[in-house]
Design a protein around this ligand. Structure first.
Ligand code: SF4
Length: 700
């Protein structure tokens, strides 16, 4: 689109990155021959309240990057060359059909992402199950929310990131932030916590590192990576011993406390302290502050969840919430702070191996029949449950999956044990990647299809509160590019499945999604584009007059009997421990400047200039022990593999732990060394703890 010199174009949009989904006006103007952009936050946004972080301010930069792919590309003799859309679609359809004929229907898999709009996430699930008729579909949100989602489903009967609207935080008198670094990961909601503190809240942060979030804390429990459950169970013991449990609430609104009670005498506070690396006095203080507060919130995020016992970790923390009855009333609740832009909506509508739209279960006959009817197919033709994201990589290695469609994801960087993952992906007979850029995964593809950006693609996103919001298309997409949903419709048509995929705009897909979610757990049936054109609505919203549901569980939980469920307090796993060979624990996480594997943010000059390369945060004492100079390149080794990284001295981290961000690929990918251990309940990989050794490249 040509913008006249001196004219400006105002785009009402939202940041595509994290789960807050801050809204803004993006002003584009032409100065001589150059385009200039200015982002103005939207003060009437009920979630961000007129704030934007550095990522939001610079989000448009990747949209105008000249690295964008604007033609389908096919690999011939190791080189990508342009191919017309019609031929690309025909070729993909032929390849998928041939592979399914020879290797079976389930040999073709789909791999999605938590940044897709609800409409696209929904359509990808439908495309996999109806278009390809494969059971194999999963997505990168498996690495983001699966532990908290499974835990909340089992404890409450429903999984929505936050059980209460953010506006209630200011009235809480105690807040526990376990494994969440809001200051860097969701910076625009930090003021809610500042306000609470100003109003007298006691803030407890549980994190192995001092962070921008821990600066806010009255008490910082610097836990050994992975040992969070020992803090939770120690706290429960203190709450019980010192009479802080809400017996009325436990009796009337929960189930399973008898088992907890039976196990509590076996909990030894000194042992919990020794295991967690946090003193018994600090555990006691945390328990007393949470127990005596009239109101309180407990939040978890990836620090607690990305472990091979992430599900259990969350359940142990939820025992504290249920034991004190701090849920289902004003300023009392639980929140799993979602990471990805549409991490919440992306997991509600069917791109997860075990779920159908509206959070229906793929293993429940009634649920299957309902969705089959919406999709106009026989329930018997609806495939069953596939495997999780990392397990797909194992299935590729075993040659059970031999072709894959990847959409809005970069699995070769985001999966743990990425050296193995790269080798596996190279075994595929056929790999198609839909992306805006030639990501590290796209480099391995046989064919790349170019997709549109957040400024060009209309659709709904569901933020961390469960608020369903509408993002309009404000800029024409480059010639030669298509929306992800259009690509899915075209591919279905090329496969001979036109019926059920002939949508001409995103709103039509949303109308079908409304029906598919009706009376499901995540019920969107009362939400229309018209109702959310200004401000979003928080689900469940069962009819078009319903205002939405900011707070859950006022009178009942979502299990059939209306009761929440406790979880036994035993910690049932062997933790990865340090050894002489691997004497340090590695933990990984985000930086404020980057998003996911950095495919978009590394193409934003302003963001890249602030964080050019991954740095390993290491305590100076630890570095001295192993001869690592500050700012020096050195080698990390684990059982899985090696990488070279630069050191960054910090006395804000435990001496037995180092931290690295995961936003870079190829030789700079920290997932070359991370562990492939999976949580047995939810299949979350263990990104947050891995024994490693560090060695200087040049001996001192
Ligand atoms: Fe808002 Fe998150 Fe974007 Fe920052 S990254 S502007 S907090 S949506």
């Amino acid at each position: 689109e040509q913008l006249e010199k001196g004219k400006e174009k105002i785009m009402d949009t939202k940041c595509p990155y994290c789960s807050v989904q801050c809204t803004m006006s993006l002003i584009e103007e032409k100065i001589i021959t150059r385009k200039r952009f200015k982002a103005k936050p939207n003060k009437s946004d009920p979630t961000s309240e007129g704030r934007l972080c550095i990522k939001g301010v610079n989000a448009h930069q990747h949209v105008i990057s000249n690295e964008r792919v604007t033609h389908p590309l096919i690999k011939i003799d190791g080189e990508f060359v342009k191919i017309p859309w019609e031929l690309a679609l025909e070729y993909i359809a032929e390849q998928f059909k041939t592979i399914q004929r020879e290797d079976g229907k389930d040999a073709v898999a789909a791999y999605g992402g938590g940044s897709l709009t609800n409409e696209e996430a929904y359509l990808l699930g439908k495309f996999a199950r109806v278009g390809l008729q494969t059971k194999h579909i999963d997505y990168n949100g498996r690495f983001c929310m699966s532990a908290a989602a499974t835990a909340a489903n089992h404890a409450f009967g429903i999984d929505r990131g936050l059980t209460n609207g953010l506006h209630e935080i200011k009235d809480a008198k105690c807040i526990i932030l376990a494994g969440t670094n809001i200051a860097d990961c969701q910076p625009t909601i930090l003021p809610y916590f500042r306000k609470a503190k100003k109003n007298g809240a006691y803030i407890i942060v549980i994190d192995p590192r001092e962070t921008g979030t821990s600066k806010l804390a009255d008490l910082h429990l610097q836990v050994k990576p992975g040992k969070d459950a020992y803090i939770a169970n120690g706290m429960l013991k203190v709450l019980s011993d010192e009479g802080f449990l809400d017996e009325e609430f436990i009796k009337n609104r929960t189930d399973g406390f008898d088992h907890v009670l039976a196990d509590l005498p076996s909990i030894d506070l000194e042992e919990m302290a020794q295991q967690s690396g946090v003193s018994a006095e600090q555990i006691k203080l945390a328990a007393r502050k949470y127990g005596e507060a009239e109101t309180g919130f407990l939040f978890t995020a990836r620090g607690v969840e990305q472990h091979a016992n992430g599900y259990e970790n969350v359940r142990h923390f939820l025992n504290l919430v249920l034991g004190t009855g701090k849920i289902g009333k004003h300023a009392c609740g639980y929140g799993a702070i979602t990471g990805q832009g549409n991490g919440q909506g992306g997991r509600e509508h069917g791109q997860k191996a075990d779920q159908l739209p509206g959070y229906r279960s793929i293993e429940n006959k009634e649920h299957r029949e309902y969705i089959a009817k919406v999709w106009g197919i026989d329930e018997k033709d609806l495939p069953g449950k596939g495997v999780s994201a990392y397990e797909m990589m194992e299935a590729i290695d075993q040659e059970e999956i031999t072709a894959m469609l990847v959409m809005a994801s970069n699995p070769v960087v985001s999966n743990p044990n990425s050296i193995f993952v790269e080798k596996a992906l190279k075994k595929l007979r056929f790999l198609v990647v839909v992306d805006m850029f030639v990501s590290e995964t796209a480099e391995l593809a046989d064919l790349i299809l170019p997709s549109s950006s957040y400024l060009e693609d209309e659709g709904t996103m569901t933020n961390l509160e469960g608020r369903v919001t509408l993002r309009k298309a404000e800029r024409p997409m480059p010639k030669g590019v298509k929306h992800d949903w259009e690509i899915l419709c075209d591919l279905a048509s090329a496969l001979g499945k036109k019926e059920g995929f002939s949508f001409s705009k995103a709103e039509e897909i949303f109308e079908e999604l409304r029906l598919a979610s009706k009376e499901g757990i995540a019920d969107y049936s009362g939400i229309t584009y018209n109702r959310i054109k200004e401000v979003g609505i928080i689900w469940p919203c069962p009819d078009t007059n319903h205002p939405g549901t900011p707070r859950l569980f006022d009178s009942s939980f979502s299990h059939r009997d209306g009761k929440a469920k406790f979880y036994p307090v035993q910690v049932s796993r062997q933790f990865p421990e340090i050894s002489d060979e691997f004497p340090i624990l590695l933990t990984t996480g985000r930086l404020m400047e980057h998003y996911l594997t950095g495919v978009q943010t590394r193409r934003s000059p302003d963001l890249l200039s602030r964080a050019k390369e991954p740095l390993l945060e290491i305590h100076p004492d630890t570095a001295a022990t192993y001869g690592i100079d500050n700012g020096a390149l050195f080698q990390i080794d684990s059982k899985q593999g090696s990488m070279i990284i630069r050191s960054n001295y910090s006395d804000k981290i435990r001496r037995d732990t180092v931290f690295a961000p995961f936003h870079w690929g190829d030789s700079q990918s920290i997932n070359r060394v991370t562990s492939p251990a999976l949580d047995p309940f939810c299949k979350m990989p263990e990104f947050k703890v891995c024994p490693i050794r560090v060695s200087p490249l040049v001996e001192r």
